[in-house]
Write a protein of this length. Structure first.
Lengths: 340, 340
């Protein structure tokens, strides 16, 4: 069932999952296309982004934002085209990075729009990856929290994912040693041969701590935490004096799961190694930094200095399974859903 | 056996303790007073500081500094008078904050001296507390890591201890709500009535988390971590958005002890609350900040705006038991040993 100009397909949250989302977590509905009031516009979804944070939003209650309501449309970043505008700042045909969620059409008053894109851009979906939230996350965590210095060692897990692939290439562009962690030989090969990582360690290895130590002969200066779990256990002993950890995600724990190791080694490492850790949610930083990021990243892309790999899902109907695959680490590159 | 001008009493590390130090951890020796070579001076210890970090230095191997050698003199900060100088920067009679350790006399080439004090100062021992390492620790953790803003809530444990008493008063001077945690009703009463804390919670309470929550109706913006253990468990749920934690000590764990709680809640809090944590060892910051601190604190003391409470041990022989009492939380105020 493709997108049409007469009905709006949307996924709503049917029930809250315990652990991994299942076939009954989301429900596909077909409803009328809404009409924009004065000050609003109608957005048509071209691309939908799938991201790990979505799992958190399926839970009840406030985490860093309120959870999605039962029966409510599932949230998500989109590349959208303005179909009809009653908003003074936008006109029909504008291409924007928006937050329309898992649906064909949505109303917007402009407050959910990050930026206008060039309507003729070759790869609009990049606005959900390298030029959007994940790219901005990579840039902010590396640059503003990591405070990178040439020659330092930077480590990131999910190295070929939406954030990892950009963070690693940015680290290389700034003269750091970039070490990735990824699931499987294919991803590791891609990280090193295509993305330019200095090394990449397979987290399925029988000896992840030993492999990571070998890949980081001078220890770790900056760790970008987006996973948690066993990866963190391997990282912790390798922190150097005055190292930094940017915490942007804990995907290993989003589906629940219990103990993850004792707290004491982390606190003691913080003290003795003078480790700085900083959790961040990238939405806090758009006002201050997004335009600087977008300018820098657009420039790097124009110069061909950043490679982009996407994992494309061809239909909106594929979104639920796509999210599960992402949470299981079965994606290879930034996951985007081609809606229109 | 008092200090004399003919022999040097000193405590050496006799055996490494497993857990709390015991009567056989240290051994008192009497040796000759050393002679300064060119470029050196002979220091006579007037006051010796006892501090929690000393427990770490009893362990073998490197922590943030190497452990004390078996048979070596026990380390420690001192207020010392120059007895004889062959160093161009110092003359006999100078009063200095030094690091002579647990002994009557020591040689120095000046590299262990933090600062010269006014030889006529009324309370030389304050150079080991409010004007020395603990005061500087309080100031740096609150000011440079905590980034305090008037109206925020600041929490510190060991509130009447060497660091806590200064940090709390500094926080009040900057317009924060200061909440202390201390062991017992006497210390809590002192923290509130004498030091000016807004509230103080007894960590021996049957419901520390509940009591702390009541004392922090607006949550916690800055936590000064010097304890760990159950205190940290009570603090963690109360962190506000964009809160900060300065980690300067973990006294609850210095004698060993096992699990301290799962790591995951700390990482998740870091992420969702955008918590910043920063471990620090104050020795890193003397070159950059100590003089600014000393000037500010001297001024506050001159204005009578900072109260100081010391817990004085009258003889060098009392140092080993004094350290045990400190690690057990039985001191009341900054612990100093009157050596001369």
């Amino acid at each position: 069932m493709p997108q049409t100009s007469s009905t709006n397909r949307r996924f709503v949250l049917a029930e809250r999952p315990a652990g991994m989302p299942t076939a009954s977590t989301f429900r596909l509905e077909t409803v009328d296309i809404p009409k924009p009031a004065e000050g609003q516009m109608l957005l048509r979804t071209l691309w939908l982004s799938l991201d790990p944070y979505m799992r958190i939003r399926l839970n009840e209650g406030y985490s860093y934002r309120p959870g999605v309501d039962l029966g409510g449309a599932m949230v998500g970043g989109t590349i959208s085209r303005v179909e009809e505008s009653r908003h003074p700042g936008y006109k029909a045909g504008d291409l924007v990075i928006a937050a329309s969620g898992w649906q064909d059409y949505a109303l917007s008053d402009g407050s959910d729009i990050d930026i206008k894109l060039d309507p003729s851009m070759a790869h609009p979906s990049w606005g959900l990856g390298v030029l959007g939230m994940p790219g901005f996350t990579a840039w902010h965590g590396l640059v503003n929290i990591g405070e990178p210095k040439a020659g330092e060692t930077f480590v990131i897990a999910a190295a070929t994912g939406a954030v990892g692939q950009i963070a690693g290439q940015l680290a290389k562009a700034r003269g750091l040693r970039a070490v990735g962690i990824a699931g499987g030989a294919d991803k590791c090969r891609y990280a090193v041969q295509e993305l330019g990582f200095d090394a990449c360690v397979d987290h399925r290895s029988a000896d992840l701590p030993g492999d990571l130590k070998k890949a980081c002969p001078d220890g770790i200066d900056i760790y970008f935490e987006n996973v948690g779990g066993a990866v963190f256990d391997a990282v912790l002993p390798l922190f150097n004096l005055h190292s930094r950890m940017a915490i942007c995600g804990l995907i290993a724990h989003y589906n629940g799961g219990g103990e993850s190791g004792d707290r004491m080694p982390l606190l003691l490492t913080s003290l003795l190694k003078r480790l700085k850790t900083q959790g961040f949610i990238i939405y806090d930083h758009y006002a201050e930094h997004y335009e600087a990021f977008f300018r820098e990243m657009s420039g790097l892309l124009a110069q061909g200095r950043i490679k982009v790999r996407e994992d494309v899902i061809d239909t909106l109907e594929g979104a639920p399974q796509g999210l599960v695959s992402l949470l299981e680490g079965r994606n290879f590159g930034k996951v985007v859903v081609k809606v229109a």
